[in-house]
Design a protein around this ligand. Structure first.
Ligand SMILES: *Cc1c(COP(=O)(O)O)cnc(C)c1O
Length: 319
């Protein structure tokens, strides 16, 4: 296993992304506080560049490429926010990006990736193995493969979200972070533990895909089938080696939220806070609300991870 990133890595990442990533706002809501009985601080990564926190990790990882790596560029496989984050970061840093996407990926996501200057290579998700395609591109063309979560520079970059949150609002009693492969949760845990040593850190997963919860509780990485959930950013089948090691050390528990909980949270964000939040981005709030009794009167941070949901899909949730 590669060595684990540390709080120092998160601080270095913060210096690297400064001036490129937005320092997103931290919002509060009296209504949310009333409903929950706690004092909530929402870190709004739905307002990040390209619409999700993934820009932080991608930009940090690509910034560390040497001149030869820059020349051949980066390859990533993703149908979601990681693809757009890599494509945008590569464009800013002046290097080519190749994104391996399934041929049934949403047209809007393919278009967004191309608009950011990425070359899209499509594959048949039922017949072909995207990891093999990515590895082949990497070896034949000398491109560097950047995975979506299990990479030290990705984890360190994602951790800057919690670093900024705690710098802005001071120590917190608890932090809730949504969880797919664990890049965001593990990075945020590094920053939160350093700035608020007694903070309680929780991950939140879709109930239909609780592999992280099973992994943390059993002490070994558990792999599940692709879960069926509206939280498309958290449909990962297992945690990473690096992310799991940090989560095991720093995270108290992983709680879950149902799709119905996510829709409820999406409605709250839209109507009360005027925020467009994608289903996966609602996990933090929805998971916290499911266990809120333990946190009465406490200061709780919630990472709102992204806002990339098209309006037709958003409105269909409330039809
Ligand atoms: C990728 C993503 C997640 C999950 O992040 P991991 O680092 O894989 O745990 C959560 N929310 C959004 C919006 C995402 O794009």
């Amino acid at each position: 296993m590669d060595s684990l990133p540390t709080f120092a890595s998160v601080k270095e990442a913060a210096a690297v992304i400064k001036g490129h990533a937005h320092r997103t706002p931290v919002l509060t809501s009296r209504t949310a506080n009333q409903i929950s009985g706690a004092e909530l601080y929402f870190k709004c990564e739905n307002l990040q560049r390209m619409g999700a926190f993934k820009f932080r990790g991608a930009f940090n990882a690509l910034s560390r490429f040497g001149p030869r790596q820059k020349e051949t560029g980066v390859v990533a496989f993703s149908s979601g926010n990681h693809a757009q984050a890599i494509a945008l970061s590569a464009r800013i840093l002046g290097m080519p990006a190749t994104i391996v996407m399934p041929n049934d990926a949403p047209a809007a996501k393919v278009a967004a990736t191309r608009e950011y200057g990425g070359t899209v290579v499509s594959y048949d998700r039922y017949r072909e193995d995207r990891e093999a395609i990515g590895a082949d591109l990497a070896s034949r063309h000398g491109m560097t493969l950047i995975p979506p979560y299990d990479h030290a520079d990705i984890i360190a970059g994602q951790g800057t979200a919690a670093l900024e949150l705690l710098e802005d609002v001071g120590a917190l009693d608890a932090l809730f972070v949504c969880l797919g492969g664990g890049g965001l949760l593990s990075g945020c845990a590094l920053a939160a533990r350093a700035l608020a040593p007694s903070i309680r850190i929780f991950g939140v997963e879709p109930e239909a895909g609780n592999d992280g919860q099973l992994s943390l509780r059993s002490g070994a990485i558990v792999t599940i089938d692709s879960p069926k959930t509206i939280a498309d950013g958290a449909q990962t089948q297992h945690l990473g080696q690096l992310t799991f090691a940090i989560i095991q050390r720093e995270v108290e528990d992983i709680v879950t939220a149902t799709d119905a909980d996510l829709i409820e949270a999406m409605r709250f964000f839209a109507t009360r806070m005027k925020l467009v939040v994608e289903p996966t981005g609602c996990l933090g709030l929805a998971g916290f609300l499911n266990v809120r009794e333990q946190f009465a009167g406490q200061r709780v941070g919630i990472i709102v991870s992204g806002g990339n949901v098209d309006l037709a899909r958003l409105s269909a949730f409330f039809a």
